[in-house]
Design a protein around this ligand. Structure first.
Ligand code: ACO
Length: 321
């Protein structure tokens, strides 16, 4: 059994913060941000919760798949920025969609979250435990960012993307993932719920903190390496890959991966200019845009690849139907 994607959806908040407006908040410039990252604007969830965005993206995916929410068996939400710890974001989504039969849980793997959630759903479908799954990546990173830190706040944005999978006998899905906890310090965000029993004056900042250069170096070596590993394992010549749908973290990282793989930049669709890095939401938002624009044809082989906090990284191969 393989999970076939029969519907995709996405949703981003209306509120837009462009680079000019951001340069009134921190010491930066439109030119610097565009040249160093490719980001031009990002969407900010001022009113919406992560769960609301996730539910809206999920609803669109179910509508496209023409599936009654009551028939959904599994809801997985990849997120690091749920607005509450309990209940999980996936259970909130279940309530909003009326997906009364679904088993629901969240998965925390930052920017590789959607990929890891997709793999998890595929494993459930392959084993026959569930027959379908709604996989969502949703983030309100604007809540985790230190808006005084120009090294991070310029990069991130909010939004959600979703894919609905239905099990079928044929089809192809393969994946390789890795985690490297020894490099975990390169990208951290402490819990905001650690000081209930005793106040610790030296408690760490509860904002996202990042060694940007370290993460950059990691990404440009690990992503092409894991893609190559996957293609070799699956014995697929790279010429057969229609698109490489990469986590949208930095245009320079995507260009470097394209160069290192010896593959044309046209095979690496980007939307980072519009949304910034939406972490676990970036791959499903891009996938939904490509799908709705009619860029994906039956039989197209797609590679999805991501890296992120953990540090972790991975790549998946799927055939579009
Ligand atoms: N505006 C203007 N100048 C800046 C800014 C800014 N926003 N940020 C840094 N600078 C300055 C620095 O102070 C530095 O100045 P100096 O040379 O006088 O010291 C100079 O620009 C270069 O700084 P670098 O940090 O070397 O800049 P770099 O080219 O590496 O770009 C960036 C920084 C964009 C953060 C890059 O390192 C990056 O994209 N790294 C990957 C980050 C990433 O992908 N993170 C997501 C991980 S996924 C997840 O799980 C959440």
């Amino acid at each position: 059994m393989t999970g076939r994607i029969t519907g995709t959806g996405s949703w981003v908040p209306e509120q837009v913060l462009d680079n000019e407006a951001l340069s009134n908040i921190v010491d930066t410039s439109n030119q610097w941000i565009r040249e160093r990252t490719g980001v031009e604007r990002r969407h900010i969830a001022e009113q919406e919760t992560t769960a609301e965005m996730a539910a809206k993206a999920g609803k669109r995916a179910l509508e496209q798949a023409k599936v009654d929410p009551a028939k959904v068996e599994l809801i997985l939400v990849a997120t690091i920025s749920g607005n509450e710890i309990l209940p999980c974001t996936a259970c909130r989504v279940q309530e909003m969609l009326g997906a009364v039969q679904a088993t629901c849980f969240d998965l925390n793997s930052a920017c590789t979250g959607f990929l890891f959630a997709l793999n998890t759903a595929q494993a459930y479908l392959k084993s026959g435990i569930y027959r379908n799954a709604l996989v969502i990546g949703a983030e309100s990173l604007s809540n985790l960012i230190n808006w005084k830190d120009r090294g991070t706040c310029i990069l991130f944005g909010d939004g959600a993307g979703a894919a609905f999978l239905e099990a079928e006998e044929s089809g192809r899905y393969a994946q390789i993932t890795h985690s490297d906890g020894e490099k975990g310090k390169a990208l951290t965000c402490s819990s905001r719920n650690q000081k209930q029993y005793a106040e610790h004056p030296d408690a760490p900042e509860t904002y996202m903190e990042m060694d940007g250069r370290e993460v950059f170096k990691f990404a440009v070596s690990s992503v092409p390496q894991v893609i190559q590993e996957l293609l070799e394992k699956e014995k697929i010549p790279k010429e057969e890959i229609r698109f490489y749908i990469l986590h949208q973290a930095n245009i320079r990282i995507i260009q470097s991966v394209s160069k290192r793989l010896g593959e044309a930049e046209e095979k690496f669709p980007v939307n980072i200019q519009e949304y910034g890095n939406t972490s676990g939401a970036s791959i499903p938002i891009l996938l939904d845009e490509l799908n709705r624009k009619g860029c994906l044809q039956p039989g197209d082989k797609l590679v999805l690849a991501a890296f992120g906090a953990g540090l972790s990284y991975g790549a998946s191969l799927l055939e579009w139907k």
